[in-house]
Design a protein around this ligand. Sequence first.
Ligand SMILES: [Zn+2]
Length: 225
Amino acid sequence: MSNKNIKQNIRLIPIDPEDKHSGALAKSIHCRCEFCNKTSLFDSFSIEICERMSGNSFYCPFCLRNGYDKKNNKHILILSFKAISAHWFYKLHKGRNEIWLSEIKDQLKKHEVVGLMNPAFNYDPENFLWFIDFSKVGKGKKVKLSEVFFTIDSMMSCFDLEKHVSLNSIKLLRDKYRDAIEKFHSKRYRPKNRPQLIPTLSLADQSKSSSSLRNFSMDNLKIKL
Ligand SMILES: [Zn+2]
């Protein structure tokens, strides 16, 4: 049969681009959270709920669950230690086996357990982000600032930094956390271009660009080495 004899009945149906939930355009959609900046794949069921609860912006289920869509989210400092894990991970990826993948995962698990001992700290394991609620930090019946620093130091020590980098590099990293936390505590200040505190190790043999280290996520650990 020649092609010119083939007849097909095609009926064109207009699709409303706003109608993201019908499944006509896509069953799942990537959305970026206004507060934590996480970009995740959501199914139409989740999107519908999140959009209804979010209002004009889009907030992920984690942020909605924790009330980070509210005005008082100005008291929340988002920080992470993921640039350290990312540094080990990319070195491993390049065949420099100074550390095993299982060790990276163990360190992350350990720092999660240690961090969650402090009631001002909240954690999203999907993107390794910590959320410190500074409305719970202060005098009286609150978490003391010194206790925030203690938790930060305890979490840093979970990454066995002293086995791999100089004491000076560790001190520089610790100072980056301390200085930024002090500024946030006293002035609620974060640089506009860097709302999340994700410092990198100051090393001569940096394994990747700073932005790659800061964007490290659980998806990277799922990649087969
Ligand atoms: Zn979020």
